[in-house]
Design a protein around this ligand. Sequence first.
Ligand SMILES: Nc1nc2c(c(=O)[nH]1)N[C@H]1C(S)=C(S)[C@@H](COP(=O)(O)O)O[C@H]1N2
Ligand SMILES: [Mo]
Length: 420
Amino acid sequence: MARSSLPGRLPRGPFSPDFWRSPLRGTWFTSVLGVVLLFGITVLFVTGLVSYAAYNPDLSPVNDRTPGKGILGFYLFSWPTDPPWLYRLTQGVHVTLGLGLVPVLLAKLWSVLPKLFTLPPARSVTHALERISLLLLVGGALFEFVTGILNIQLDYVFPGSFYPLHFYGAWVFFGAFLAHVVLKAPAAFRNLRRMRRGEDEEPDEDLTAARPDPPTVTRRGALGLVGGGSLLLLATSAGRSFDGPLRRTAVLTPHGGTEPGSGPGAFQVNKTAEYAGIRPDDTTEEAWRLTVTGRTGTVRLSRAELLAMEQHDADLPIACVEGWSTSDQAWRGVRLRDLAALVGHDEPAAVYVESLQAHGTWRDAALSAGQVADERSLLALSVNGADLTPDHGHPARVIVPAAPGVLNTKWVTRLTFGDL
Ligand SMILES: Nc1nc2c(c(=O)[nH]1)N[C@H]1C(S)=C(S)[C@@H](COP(=O)(O)O)O[C@H]1N2
Ligand SMILES: [Mo]
């Protein structure tokens, strides 16, 4: 009756409750997905903060140019060098879990879609505040997932700016996430307990379709589909953190799939020498010199002179921010702390490392005194029993235990020890 008497004032399209017909929607479906995300996103947030700390962002602006991070950097700590596989683990979990949660996130957003269109837009001040926080929550979630995935799939679409974007986005998202959890988690857990006791789900007229279509799949079936999608994504990306047959299962993401050839240099390459603009003429025995500067002055060393210094071995992985990593490689070269001692730093000192690369992020990096002091931290000249290949950083590259790949500078040409 109201329909014919008030034609112009009836909500139409998605604003009409009749528009939403899926019988899957309801508090049970939303609660299950919500609880999975509660745990998953918490792990993403923690491993993300840890990943940020791993760049030595406080050490020097070359590592992190995030403007005014101020109090958001409150928790930063000095990144350890033990265990050497630490970043392999934390960043592998961060990226792989993030990919695996994509179907869950999409299903969760789909499940609450009708709420976006409820009328009136705000029933009370609390309701208005809740909806604004949802804007930050959904926007934040999409922003973090999209920037993260773009960064691993199309490496370096945000040259230099990925860190501030993803970092600030994370805090906005997590703030809204926390508010949402405080508001909604009790009801979600209550709902799950009701389910387990075989009771009906809590009603929610904004979620449950008023006039549902006949089901084509059960709610359990739909959850199975989402979970299956997640498992498929996990199974096709987790292999990037392992060698051998497992790596070949990582077909969906860069640096997985086929093994990188054979021979001593046959492990993943991030940027090739050609991509980084390294001219072969600049890396010859005659042309290349390492310039080491410190308290007592500057020393210039040829590769032959470096090889004449005491050589040390360290079995260490490369672990990239993009989530892939290698198993331990057998590096050999000069200890960073021996090079520090050459220029008067017998006490551990931080170092600013520069490469032959003229442009682009990660052409330079700063390492902490703790990293320099570790006896496994090398300026490596060879790997797996052979000279470094051009793509792995010939004539010399840094390798530091537990550090993110970006701090393992390739094609090194200058080391400056001292306070940064
Ligand atoms: N000069 C320079 N060094 C660099 C980079 C770079 O772009 N330029 N990339 C870093 C990154 S992001 C990673 S993951 C490692 C990869 O080392 P690999 O190619 O030997 O595996 O090198 C690091 N060293
Ligand atoms: Mo990397």
